[in-house]
Design a protein around this ligand. Structure first.
Ligand code: ZN
Length: 270
């Protein structure tokens, strides 16, 4: 098995659980972490013993989003071409790899599930959240950019809730996410690990090929409704919004750098 630095690859019977593992950064997704998640996903898909793949986060948060600090340090002066290439690979393509993964996937969400983290978690087939989980995509408000790169929001929330979340930049609680149908189950935080493993093991009992083609059929249902093309179309306009005058002014004013804080006073990156 490959050695990873910013994720943990855990194998429990038929379940592979991939943990974001930068707890001191609220699991902010840097390039290394995204690269490792994508490799670990390929490893889990290729391993015939693995029947179900779980995505989770160490340290009480799923992920506070993309690592903006790294972005400012390494990509602040990227040209359109360079930014396009970066976001196409690390954000759009890696997300689509997860969405189209051949095996069932479950997002195990505790604490912050924000922006880039929201996007990644919502690529999974099912979602189980702790009562402490909260969801948001505030980047219109914090960066003057049109949501994150992969606009999965209306597909998992419906247009009303998706617009409310994106237009206001406000958080959605686990209970609201459950009511909106985005989350399958909400459990007390101490029961989260076991609840996810229980669900994963139940799914793992199903014949693998039947599950694989069933997942393909459900994904195709959404793709026939235009999901993948809609996601790709949004990616293009999202890229444009990075270079709008509005976004440049926002960046120059320093507003982009203002950091939101969670209930415990921890910064929430986007
Ligand atoms: Zn972007």
């Amino acid at each position: 098995m490959t050695t990873y630095q910013d994720i943990v690859y855990e194998k429990i019977g038929p379940v592979a659980r991939l943990w974001h593992n930068r707890p001191e950064m609220r699991n902010a997704e840097n390039t290394q972490l995204l690269e490792e998640l994508n490799s670990a996903l390929a490893e889990a898909e290729a391993d015939s013993e693995v029947r179900v793949i779980v995505l989770a986060g160490k340290g009480g948060h799923f992920s506070a989003g993309h690592d903006l600090k790294e972005g400012r340090a390494l990509r602040a002066n990227f040209s359109v071409e360079e930014r396009w290439a970066y976001e196409d690979q690390y954000y759009l393509t890696y997300c689509l790899n997860l969405l189209n993964c051949h095996k069932p996937t479950i997002a195990q969400v505790d604490g912050a599930c924000i922006a880039g983290g929201f996007m990644v978690a919502n690529m999974c087939d099912l979602m189980v959240a702790s009562e402490n989980a909260f969801f948001a995509d505030p980047v219109v408000h914090t960066m003057a950019v049109s949501a994150v790169e992969v606009l999965i929001h209306p597909w998992v929330l419906g247009s009303r809730k998706a617009k409310e979340m994106l237009f206001t930049g406000q958080r959605m609680t686990a209970a609201d996410a459950l009511a909106a149908g985005m989350v399958n189950r909400v459990v007390p935080v101490v029961e989260l690990d076991d609840a996810v493993l229980g669900l994963a093991n139940q799914i793992a009992q199903a014949p693998a090929f039947a599950l694989k083609v069933l997942k393909k059929s459900i994904n195709r249902t959404y793709d026939i409704m235009g999901r993948e093309q809609a996601l790709r179309a949004h990616f293009d306009s999202h890229m444009l919004s990075h270079f709008s005058e509005e976004a440049k002014e926002f960046k120059a004013s320093g507003k982009t750098h203002s950091i939101r804080r969670d209930a415990n006073g921890h910064p929430i990156n986007v």
